[in-house]
Write a protein that binds this ligand. Structure first.
Ligand SMILES: Cc1ncc(C[n+]2csc(CCOP(=O)(O)OP(=O)(O)O)c2C)c(N)n1
Ligand SMILES: [Mg+2]
Length: 590
């Protein structure tokens, strides 16, 4: 059938169900954005492509539906880099469309030229450039398929002079097939190991959330074994939070109960997880990874099996199907060894941690440092981060989707939220970009307009995405609720300064005169400041009501004392020794 290249492109998007595009408008994409409305594709024009990309990530993570990032070649596209790499480590199957300077002129140093394939080489799960206008659909369909199969962002690069050409082409049907249930021998072996285990533990990762029915399949298996279920770092939504076997997140600021329980394991089923370092590093001084246990690792990507930890059995497959396959082959007595003692221990360990967590109000100083003590003394009446989190818990709707950001206050919060279902906790993941909380929650709300959403960010990180407040107040944008932890410092980095750099605060202080609530108001949104736990709970209740009933966005600026919790990278930091010494006198004369 005869059509233009842009018609062919958009028809292929339609056949794959791509309904939402995020970016900033530019001439190199206009031939296709021009027909987005006619095609039923919404273009969300953001204030910065970096945030647009994180909105796409948030949309896809909250819905499981593919979305796309698109912008102007050159500077528009370069702004996507952080978001694309973030989506990569969030295992988010997004489509990255990068219009390219024209073939006719590329290499001449013309306008907005950039090596866009090299730029994203290490950020995407797959990339391909269109070599000829007649191949536009073939390449696009393959890129979309690869994003899904590899569960990551995939890029299509298109010289802009390929648009507006007439080609004769058939729109390809999506190529879809079942995911793998795992190798039969290894499933049998895993089932036998778990059947014979005395203290089996399940560790759910993102793959359990991504696989259809993954959480349910892991629940059935866990209940057969009465095995506690831990989740990976920032995957708090990979098992139902209210379930008696749920032991919480591992890793930094995670669940002490989860750590204590997995430390006792003789067999671990690592389900849908690459066993990333942040899910296995010590926390609260507990080196919990059970080095003597037999490890069964399940991942859809064979390259990640056995990559970080010694394993006994590796299974390449879909987390849900593998869990079902293992359950079907368990022996009749599986889980019976020590079952009642294990159940009692799980309950007791969880309740001890829950009590400890609710009684925690303040952050500890390392021996020889006094930052937290001084921070409390400086503002004795101000809320601490943990008090704020408890006030937030009191107003959090059961079905809410929440995002988080990189920063100390957000990280302290990692211990608190749990969820009834998956696709609820959008944390920035292992690329760790500041500025993720706001855009991710906007994307989630676009995908799930009937679900209450709450975004979280520290005041420094929020500044990176604050310009999106100028975009989201327009009529077609759905309302969200955003919490900003206002401690007037780049706290997470300041914590490093107190621990390893003798309180030498370089680049850690924020402007006390700035009011984020005021900025929100100037953007036509609601902005409120709160200073106490009661004010925070009330403001959040009102904001959620406004979000759901009045389509009103509220930014809640939570004024906090400057206490700081655990640093991100105890594992990577040490106190430096000055050998030659540094003196300002050595600076070259002006
Ligand atoms: C884009 C980006 N820049 C810098 C960093 C380094 N970094 C990690 S945490 C952090 C401080 C975050 O401060 P804030 O958002 O105010 O949260 P707080 O720690 O004060 O709660 C910084 C600068 C990063 N992770 N990402
Ligand atoms: Mg801060």
């Amino acid at each position: 059938m005869k059509m233009t290249t842009e018609e062919a492109f958009v028809k292929t998007l339609q056949s794959h169900g791509v309904r939402h595009a995020f970016g900033i408008i530019g001439s190199a994409m206009m031939p296709i954005s021009d027909i987005f409305p006619a095609a039923g594709i919404t273009f969300w024009d953001c204030a910065h492509e970096g945030s647009a990309g994180m909105m796409a990530d948030g949309y896809t993570r909250a819905t499981g539906e593919m979305s796309m990032m698109i912008a102007q070649n050159g500077p528009g596209i370069t702004n996507f880099v952080t978001a694309v790499k973030t989506a990569y480590w969030n295992h988010t199957p997004c489509l990255l469309v990068t219009p390219q300077a024209a073939n006719k002129t590329i290499g001449q140093g013309g306008f907005q030229e950039m090596e866009q394939m090299n730029l994203f080489k290490d950020c995407v799960a797959y990339q391909e450039e269109v070599r000829d206008p007649s191949r536009i659909c073939e390449v696009l369909a393959r890129v979309i398929a690869k994003a899904k199969r590899l569960s990551g962002p995939a890029q299509i690069n298109i010289p802009r002079d390929f648009w507006t050409q007439v080609i004769d082409i058939d729109i390809p049907d999506p190529v879809e097939f079942e995911t793998s249930p795992g190798g039969t021998d290894s499933i049998a072996k895993a089932a036998q190991m778990l059947s014979e285990a005395k203290f089996p533990v399940i560790l759910n990762g993102a793959g359990v959330v991504l696989a259809a029915g993954g959480i349910e399949a892991s629940r059935v298996l866990a209940e057969r074994l009465d095995a506690p279920v831990c989740v990976g770092y920032q995957h708090n939504d990979a098992f139902p939070g209210h379930h008696p076997l749920f032991a919480g997140p591992l890793g930094y600021n995670g669940s002490k109960a989860g750590m204590e329980l997995i430390a006792k394991a003789d067999v671990v089923l690592a389900l849908g997880t690459r066993l990333n370092p942040f899910s296995t590093l010590p926390g609260y001084g507990i080196d919990y990874w059970p080095t003597q246990a037999k490890i069964i690792q399940v991942d859809i990507n064979p390259d990640r099996i056995g990559l970080t930890k010694k394993i006994t059995v590796g299974i390449v497959g879909d987390a849900a199907k593998v869990a079902q396959g293992i359950t079907a082959q368990l022996s009749d007595s599986a889980g019976d060894a020590g079952r009642s003692d294990r159940k009692a221990l799980i309950a007791q360990t969880k309740s001890a941690w829950a009590q400890e967590l609710t009684s925690l109000d303040h952050e500890q100083d390392d021996p020889g440092t006094t930052w937290n003590e001084r921070a409390r003394a400086a503002r004795p009446d101000w809320m601490s981060p943990r008090q704020a989190w408890r006030a937030i818990q009191a107003a959090m709707p059961e079905d809410a989707i929440i995002s988080s950001d990189i920063g100390n206050n957000c990280a302290i919060g990692n211990a608190y939220p749990s969820f009834p279902t998956g696709r609820k906790y959008l944390a920035p993941g292992l690329f760790g970009p500041c500025g993720y909380g706001l855009p991710a929650i906007i994307g989630a709300k676009i995908g799930q307009p009937h679900v209450p959403v709450i975004g979280f960010a520290g005041d420094g990180a929020f500044g990176i995405s604050v310009n999106e407040l100028t975009a989201i107040g327009r009529d077609e944008w759905p309302a969200i609720t955003q919490i900003v932890f206002r401690n007037y410092q780049w706290g997470a980095e300041k914590r490093n300064s107190t621990l390893w750099f003798d309180d030498n605060f370089v680049g850690t202080e924020l402007d006390m005169k700035v009011s984020y609530a005021g900025i929100a108001q100037a953007c036509g949104l609601k902005g409120v400041q709160v200073k106490t736990m009661d004010e925070l709970t009330t403001a959040l209740n009102t904001a959620i009501k406004d979000q759901m009933d009045n389509n009103t966005t509220t930014l809640i600026e939570v004024i906090l004392n400057q206490e700081l919790g655990e640093p991100f990278r105890r594992d990577a930091m040490k106190k430096p020794v000055r050998v030659a010494g540094i003196s300002a006198a050595d600076m070259a004369a002006e």
